[in-house]
Design a protein around this ligand. Structure first.
Ligand code: NDP
Length: 334
């Protein structure tokens, strides 16, 4: 299956080209960038045959069935709409857009045309998160009372560009990391946050956008979620804890792009380490996308999942800015 990569980005270089090439007959045959010279240089560096700054030229290729979008966030909507109109299956980076209206329009258009549309929420593709969900589903912790997400990291220097200084490009830790945490909570607990309270800060990196956020979400079951995201914490490490009536799960270093970290289950019977598969998160995500395109199941995170993670993130930002509790508005399309 041939892919058009839209956005000559870090995530594409570091993970997604390899994830496509790991699939049977998976090939990246085009790169589209805003700059023709950079597109050509990037294509040469990565062994991609065709490069252009004209998205419509790549979309006209009948041999390319799939489009992966990893441009800056403000470009996702227009690029996805063009790809869908060309009849391509789309795997789009999070956040799907800058507004719920954009995300709704993308997902609705894909449904109308009948193409697969997926969101690249990688964490739900990891062996660690899938093992934790299986524990919860099997009743290992009983009724879930709370989830604490620790996702305060240090943004690498090479990524300290639009993310920390350009609100119009979709910068800020909320569109960058809170969306992922919203998806993690939804994936692990199998329910959607109802309302949120939040505080945000610029604690050293954000210029005109927040670089840190803490929020608390109420779930329909009565469970509470506490979520912490930051770009400015060099030594915090990441993790999450799930506490239930019959047990607790402690996961360290699992909010990451790599298949690493530890999971410990503590119950009345004692404490044990939980094994999990160490497959690549991104290879799994693309494999699930392939299966959906072939009509064998759904992508790991659908367009609807992308709308919902964005809805939670937007509610968090609104709550922090207003100082009020905000009910999450998911809209009609999700
Ligand atoms: P980058 O900053 O690396 O790339 C984003 C865009 O910036 C590129 O598409 C490119 O524009 C431009 N760009 C990149 N490098 C250069 C350069 N050296 N000179 C000039 N322009 C450059 O972003 P990321 O890869 O970190 O993120 C891209 C998208 O992927 C975002 O939407 C982000 O939220 C998402 N993401 C998702 C992750 C996940 O695990 N699901 C992880 C990381 C990011 P052009 O489009 O013109 O080529």
């Amino acid at each position: 299956m041939n892919w058009i990569f839209v956005g000559a980005s870090t995530i594409a270089s570091q993970h997604m080209i390899a994830a496509v090439r790991a699939q049977p007959a998976g090939a990246v045959t085009w790169v589209v960038s805003g700059n023709a010279d950079r597109a050509q240089g990037w294509a040469t560096d990565h062994g991609i045959a065709q490069a252009t700054d004209d998205l419509s030229q790549a979309l006209a290729d009948p041999e390319a069935a799939c489009v992966y979008i990893s441009s800056t966030n403000e470009k996702h909507h227009a690029q996805a709409m063009a790809a869908i109109a060309a009849g391509k299956h789309v795997l789009c980076e999070k956040p799907l857009g800058l507004s719920l209206a954009e995300a709704d329009e993308m997902v609705a258009a894909a449904r109308d045309v009948g193409v697969v549309f997926a969101t690249n929420h990688h964490l739900r593709c990891s062996g660690s998160h899938r093992a934790m969900r299986a524990l919860i589903d099997d009743g290992a912790v009983g009724r879930v009372l709370s989830l604490r997400i620790h996702h305060a990291v240090h943004l690498p220097e090479n990524l300290q560009g639009w993310r920390i200084n350009d609100a119009s490009a979709g910068g800020g830790v909320i569109p960058d990391i809170t969306v992922h945490d919203a998806d993690v909570a939804r994936f692990l607990l199998g329910e959607d946050p109802v309302d949120v309270v939040a505080q945000l800060a610029s604690s050293g990196m954000g210029q005109g956008v927040e670089d840190s956020c803490m929020s608390v979400w109420a779930m329909p079951s009565g469970a509470m979620v506490m979520s912490h995201e930051s770009f400015t914490h060099p030594f915090a490490g990441s993790g999450l804890e799930i506490h239930g009536t019959e047990g607790s799960i402690f996961a360290r270093d699992v909010m990451t792009q790599m298949p690493v970290g530890t999971i410990t289950l503590r119950t009345a019977s004692g404490t044990r380490e939980v094994p999990y598969s160490d497959h690549s998160l991104y290879v799994q995500g693309v494999a699930d996308f392939y299966a959906a395109v072939a009509g064998r199941g759904a992508p790991a995170a659908s367009g609807s999942d992308g709308i919902k993670s964005l809805a939670v993130a937007m509610a968090v930002r609104a709550a922090a800015q207003s100082g009020q509790k905000v009910t999450v508005a998911y809209g009609e399309v999700a």
